[in-house]
Design a protein around this ligand. Structure first.
Ligand code: PRT
Ligand code: MG
Length: 213
């Protein structure tokens, strides 16, 4: 394609990216929730948007199937970031990555005792590194979603998950016992595309930079 392809996930990232795109003069012609289309044209004939799963965004950009994309720091840490240029923290889709346990579970005591914790998470690499740094022995259990359920049914002692309002933890009688990091979404750019399509991409990156809150 002569123009550029932007990879976005639907939901919070798509919604929070709309104002940034608008600042760059780009308006998608359809909404992914209502149209169900995976390739969405914009008001600019040289710019299109592809709708991908949030955790797949870095893969599309790494392989050049999309020139540019927006992905959470959580997703980028798990992906590793190979082949990606990450020029901007867009400060959108903000949350915190936390360790949470059932209310009443004495996490500090379990850690002090040197007990082997069973931790369920989607974020295996990030969790492994976190507990290794603390010298805590863990058995990591990979899940793809609804981590909050795992401690409630005895699959795990703790979870590593994202928390924004805290309502999901509250509704499931869980509480945060540790914060690993704050999370926001970053602009990611295919390194080859940045050179080949510099004339289209650089003004877009500049417009995004100017619009970041
Ligand atoms: O939903 P899907 O399985 O397709 O993928 P996804 O969950 O990775 O995508 P999406 O669109 O839900 O999230 C995209 C990105 O948004 C993530 O990669 C994060 O960087 C960011 N983000 C910001 C969040 C949240 N806030 C968030 N609260 N991603 C997920 N959550 C979930 C969290 O996992 C937990 O289940 O929301 C729940 C907690 O929310 P509160 O408000 O109850 O605390
Ligand atoms: Mg989700």
């Amino acid at each position: 394609m002569n123009g550029i392809t932007i990879a976005l996930s639907k939901g919070r990232i798509f919604e929070e990216t709309l104002p940034l795109l608008a600042a760059a003069g780009i308006v998608p012609l359809e909404h992914p929730e209502s149209s169900r289309k995976l390739i969405i044209n914009t008001n600019r004939p040289d710019v299109r948007v592809v709708i991908v799963r949030a955790s797949d965004t870095p893969t599309y950009v790494q392989h050049g199937a999309a020139d540019i994309g927006i992905a959470g720091r959580d997703v980028l840490l798990e992906h590793g970031g190979a082949g990606l240029y990450q020029p901007l923290d867009l400060n959108i889709a903000r949350c915190r990555m936390c360790v949470a346990v059932p209310v009443g579970f004495d996490y500090q005591q379990a850690v002090r005792r040197g007990a082997r914790l069973r931790v369920a998470t989607k974020y295996i690499s990030t969790a492994r590194e976190h507990f290794a740094d603390k010298g805590v022995h863990v058995d990591l259990i990979k899940l793809y979603g609804s981590m909050e359920l795992a401690p409630l049914v005895g699959l795990a002692d703790a979870i590593v998950d994202l928390v924004s309002s805290g309502n999901t933890l509250l509704a499931n009688n869980l509480m945060v016992v540790e914060e690993l990091m704050t999370i926001s979404s970053r602009l990611i750019v295919n390194q080859a595309a940045l050179k080949m399509k510099h004339e289209i991409l650089q003004p877009l990156i500049d417009a995004f930079a100017g619009a970041v809150k």
